[in-house]
Design a protein around this ligand. Structure first.
Ligand code: CP
Length: 338
């Protein structure tokens, strides 16, 4: 594996989930695989989970790790070609990337969406510049439009969580929730993509799953990620009988209203009924609550729901180490010619 951006990059999902469980049983099983090799983790944005879990994953595989916070100590980078660099940016990414490639064997990139230019964000311009110019395998640690390490960790979490009444298809509901600021669509895009890939009984998790998205009008996600998903605009109806509720805010994806791309539509106070609370959870099948974190309490989800015994937010975060270990292991195996 040389790139990791989409669900199909991981190949057979059953095999990937089996590998995740094998790594969970013994995180250091492959500690000799990365010996003498270096992972460079480049952050253009803040992070807690991705930073810690991906470092830990590379260390599980015996690698040296370098973390670069672009906004804390590095030269300020220009990312767009053709710009006259007479502002505060001292170095262009097109020189910085091959230089970074000199010091490592593989690269992880965290680069959020700008949420101003939809075409630029959805072309994944920064990620593909790293692939083209670093001459190293590159994996996404959340890019402009996707967060595959999170979605893989979420799938591992759903796969290993037993239902009260097993032996039937699991119902997974992803719900938009309110937020005062504009957030990217990366997490919901990837969660949808991975859930749809897993919904096939042959390809995905034991028993298969049914995937439903609920959101207010205007927040329709890009069809490349959600094609095949059931969309339900009535949140209470969507939650009926759910086994897993995945809450997330996202800004307007600009699908039905391109001029509003990246915006919070209207006043978020008018959408506070979408906050996941015991009112919605009461119509579920004693559903497990999920969120990628960080989460704004009593905005996305109430204290009671996130603190309930059925909440999976901490196991999801723990599984970030596992998903990253599987992905880096695959890249190291390709580098070793295995
Ligand atoms: N879920 C997630 O990616 O968390 P961080 O932004 O803290 O890395």
């Amino acid at each position: 594996m040389k790139t990791f951006l989409n669900a199909q990059d991981i190949g057979d999902l059953r095999q990937a989930l089996a590998e995740a469980q094998e790594i969970k049983r013994d995180k250091l099983k492959h500690v000799s695989l990365g010996r003498g090799m270096t992972a460079l983790l480049v952050f253009f944005n803040n992070s807690l989970r991705t930073r810690l879990s991906t470092q830990k994953a590379a260390q599980n595989l015996g690698m040296n790790v370098i973390v670069l916070d672009v906004n804390a100590g590095a030269w300020k980078l220009e990312t767009e070609r053709g710009v006259v660099m007479d502002g505060d940016k001292s170095e262009h990414l097109l020189e910085a990337i091959p230089v970074m490639g000199c010091y490592c064997d593989l690269i992880g990139i965290r680069s959020f969406a700008g949420l101003r230019d939809r075409d630029y964000d959805y072309a994944e311009t920064v990620y593909w510049q790293f692939v083209r110019h670093s001459s190293r395998p590159v994996f996404a640690m959340e890019t402009a439009t996707v967060h595959p390490l999170q979605a893989f960790a979420d799938l591992i979490t759903i796969d290993e969580t037993p239902l009260a009444s097993p032996g039937r298809r699991k119902k997974v509901v992803m719900s938009w929730a309110p937020h005062p600021r504009s957030l990217p669509q990366a997490v919901p895009n990837s969660f949808a993509q991975w859930m749809l890939a897993a919904s096939d009984e042959q390809a995905g998790i034991e028993g298969g799953l049914d995937f439903v998205i609920t959101q207010p009008h205007g927040y329709e996600l890009d069809p490349q990620f959600v094609r095949g998903a059931r969309i339900e605009y009535d949140q209470m109806k969507a939650f009926e009988g759910a086994d897993f509720v995945y809450a997330k805010n996202w800004s307007c994806p600009g699908v039905t209203c391109p001029e509003d791309y990246g915006k919070v539509l209207g006043d978020y106070h008018d959408y506070l009924s979408w906050t996941v609370s015991e009112r919605q959870m009461a119509v579920t099948n004693n559903a497990h609550f999920m969120h990628c974190l960080p989460v704004r309490r009593n905005m996305i989800v109430t204290d009671d729901v996130i603190e309930a015994p059925t909440s999976l937010v901490i196991p999801e975060a723990a599984n970030r180490e596992i998903s990253a270990t599987v992905v880096i292991k695959r890249m190291l195996e390709a580098l070793r010619g295995r």
